[in-house]
Design a protein around this ligand. Structure first.
Ligand SMILES: [Zn+2]
Ligand SMILES: [Zn+2]
Length: 183
């Protein structure tokens, strides 16, 4: 394992959140309704308070472009963004244990707004990434027609495609190309 378990879960969850946004004209936004947000929260097992209203949805949607920047800025830019996210939320790291999860860090109380908790969880995970000088683990999908973000947590730094199926599509395309060329 490259980072602590909660850091890796947070990084993957952050990437998934960023990737709900449509980055290309051909993409669909997967976080347009409160029901879609409910599904996302369930899938990523977010605990804590919810308001389940349009304002909550808008706040989470509005967080996505800021979090996406973590994948595109250099280290200095990432540091600035992480520090801003932590300062805006008055983050206060505390070790907590809840549900099935052993000791891990929360830096916001469970009653903080969902978007604030999402921002701080991502920022806290990025603290680990930046301190370990592993920012290159964050990249953009290698598929030509995809701009989704990728978190490469593999030992040999081999993850090039997003989790949206681009790796499979690239394999199929390569296979077809080989077949067409008569190999
Ligand atoms: Zn927790
Ligand atoms: Zn992709």
């Amino acid at each position: 394992m490259l980072f602590a378990h909660d850091t890796e879960v947070a990084l993957r969850g952050c990437a998934a959140l960023v990737n709900t946004a449509a980055t290309l004209p051909t993409d669909t936004d997967d976080l347009q309704t409160e029901a879609e947000l409910d599904a996302f929260v369930r899938e990523w097992q977010w605990t804590g308070s919810r308001t389940r209203d349009a304002a909550e949805l808008e706040a989470v949607r509005g967080l996505r472009p800021r979090l996406r920047e973590l994948w595109t800025v250099d280290t200095d830019g990432a540091v600035e963004l992480v520090n801003s996210l932590l300062a805006e939320a008055d983050a206060l790291p505390q070790l907590v244990r809840h549900d099935q999860w052993s000791w891990h860090l929360h830096a916001t109380p469970p009653e903080a707004p969902l978007a604030t908790r999402m921002a701080v969880e991502a920022a806290m995970a990025m603290v680990d990434v930046i301190r370990a000088d592993e920012l290159t683990r964050l990249g953009i999908c290698a598929a030509d027609d995809c701009e989704d973000v990728v978190v490469d947590l593999s030992k040999n730094r081999s993850k090039r495609y997003c989790d949206g199926g681009c790796g499979n599509r690239a394999n199929v395309a390569a296979y077809r190309a080989r077949k067409a060329s008569g190999d």
